[in-house]
Design a protein around this ligand. Structure first.
Ligand code: NAP
Length: 291
């Protein structure tokens, strides 16, 4: 049993994990942080919401230097104080900071805000003006320096991933974080199966469609059947995929608890058919949707 499994089992938590291609095992259900750290008066509640999520076994936190202009990383730093080792920490660098030297400086700033000495997974937030080769050189140096344990990308479409694979050390990429939820299924056509085949973890962002999905009548019916919330069903639906990690954001404690319930829901063939009818899968390749 791996240390993470043991840790979750000891806490009586469900043990859904994803094995990364570097051999690290991470929780399949984590915590997003976009819009956290934007307002001083909400910070206490945000820290508590993240800590509740960690207590419930959602031991992966996704953040970015962009969120709240660094404020979200500060909130995360407060939430993980005293429990850093039990958390898989993901952050992202702005494309305009993604030069070889730029990533070094941006990463140091993030580490200071996060009050830690390493980031487990550091992502290029989206493609920008710097060549992939230059950004990867910077990431590889950060890894050698022990500042990050692994690196990946975000908002990369099929052609971006193909280009990345051709760059020196591009094969070291362990994750691509992309938009994926019931209402945005485009990646199922090619990007998702490609990543699964290459053992690249897909991190599904905005898995609740930023809460806009949750009023859907069909989702509500499946939720009633499972005596769960629509949010838990929307998350369980994403969690059914292999090699996919899901990172809903919730600042509200009741929301965090509902989201954690997703780990207890198993959707059956009937549920999946009903959801397919309401949210049809893609019928052709389409450009990657992003926020
Ligand atoms: P999301 O997780 O789909 O939705 C967040 C919204 O849903 C918030 O308004 C939240 O409200 C609400 N919510 C959460 N749980 C709920 C529940 N059980 N019932 C009802 N409402 C609920 O959207 P997201 O924040 O855009 O995406 C998740 C994370 O993905 C982000 O926080 C960020 O870490 C990452 N992300 C990455 C990118 C990228 O470009 N790489 C882009 C977007 C997002 P409360 O906060 O009030 O609880």
């Amino acid at each position: 049993m791996s240390p993470l499994y043991r840790f979750l089992a000891m806490r009586g938590c469900d043990m859904r994990t994803v094995m990364l291609k570097n051999g690290r095992e991470v929780p399949a259900l984590g915590l997003g942080t976009w819009h956290m750290g934007e307002q001083g008066r909400s910070r206490g509640a945000e820290v508590k919401a993240l800590q509740l999520g960690l207590d419930l076994g959602l031991l992966l936190i996704d953040t970015a230097e962009m969120y709240g202009d660094g404020g979200a990383e500060e909130v995360v730093g407060d939430a993980i104080a005293g429990r850093r080792d039990g958390v898989y920490l993901v952050s992202k660098v702005y494309p305009h900071n993604a030069s070889k030297m730029g990533v070094k400086v941006a990463c140091e700033r993030s580490l200071t805000r996060l009050k830690t000495d390493r980031i487990d997974l550091y992502l290029l937030h989206w493609r920008g003006q710097y060549s992939l080769a230059e950004t990867i050189e910077g990431f590889e140096q950060l890894q050698r320096d022990g500042k990050i344990s692994a690196w990946g990308v975000s908002n990369f479409d099929v052609s971006d991933m193909a280009e990345l694979a051709r760059v020196t050390d591009g094969a070291a990429c362990i994750s691509n974080q992309v938009l994926y939820h019931l209402g945005e299924r485009g990646i199922e056509w090619k990007l998702l199966p490609d990543c699964q085949k290459a053992k690249i973890m897909v991190m599904a962002y905005s898995p609740l469609g930023q809460a806009e999905l949750l009023d859907n009548e069909t989702l509500g019916q499946v939720a009633d059947k499972h005596r769960a919330s629509p949010a838990a069903i929307a998350l369980a639906w994403v969690l059914r995929q292999s090699r996919v990690v899901v990172i809903p954001k919730a600042s509200n404690a009741a929301h965090v608890k509902e989201n954690a319930r997703a780990l207890e829901v198993t959707l059956d063939a009937d549920d999946l058919a009903v959801l397919d009818a309401a949210f049809p899968p893609p019928r052709r390749q389409q450009p990657l949707a992003m926020l």
